[in-house]
Design a protein around this ligand. Structure first.
Ligand code: RTP
Ligand code: MG
Length: 148
């Protein structure tokens, strides 16, 4: 099983779609193994988005992500990184396919509802940035034998 880092961004929280987004993740068959609501500090935001430090949108991205609480999660499943990116959709919600989270909920690249890790390396890095090992829970779900 693979783990990925998922975060409902401030616009998702402010628009009241936390439940809707989590529901899509669960409905797909993915398993939530850690979750918390938190306000991201400037420092954590800069670390999380370090790869975009030189981009023209970096300042706006940091203000956006620290503007209101987020819901951070660790999500587990077979090929979870790729599967979550697929249900999340393209970075720009205006171009994301209908049926994806961004495609169904957003209009603007600077307000795209959700983050998901894009590779095994970023998943590992981001999970460690947001969660301590004790916060990630190991448990069995009765439905798992019907999913795989
Ligand atoms: P994320 O990291 O948040 O899951 O999004 P992503 O992989 O689909 O996209 P990425 O290229 O990593 O960009 C990170 C976030 O920066 C904002 N962004 N703004 N042109 C712009 O104004 C622009 N481009 C990217 C978005 O919030 C994007 O999710
Ligand atoms: Mg990214």
């Amino acid at each position: 099983m693979e783990r990925t880092f998922v975060m409902i961004k401030p616009d998702g929280v402010e628009r009241g779609v936390i439940g809707e987004v989590i529901s899509r993740i669960e409905r797909k068959g993915l398993k939530i193994v850690a979750m918390k609501m938190m306000r991201i500090s400037e420092e954590l935001a800069q670390k999380h988005y370090a790869e975009h430090k030189e981009k023209p949108f970096f300042g706006a991205l940091i203000s956006y992500i620290t503007s209101s609480p987020v819901v951070a999660m660790v999500v587990e499943g077979k090929n979870a990184i790729r599967v979550v990116r697929t249900i999340v959709g393209a970075t720009n919600p205006a171009e994301a396919n209908p049926g994806t989270i961004r495609g169904d909920f957003g209009m603007d690249v600077g307000r795209n509802i959700i983050h998901a890790s894009d590779s095994p390396e970023s998943a590992k890095r981001e999970i460690n940035l947001f969660f301590s090992p004790e916060e990630i829970l190991d448990y069995e779900r009765a439905i798992d034998k019907w999913i795989y």
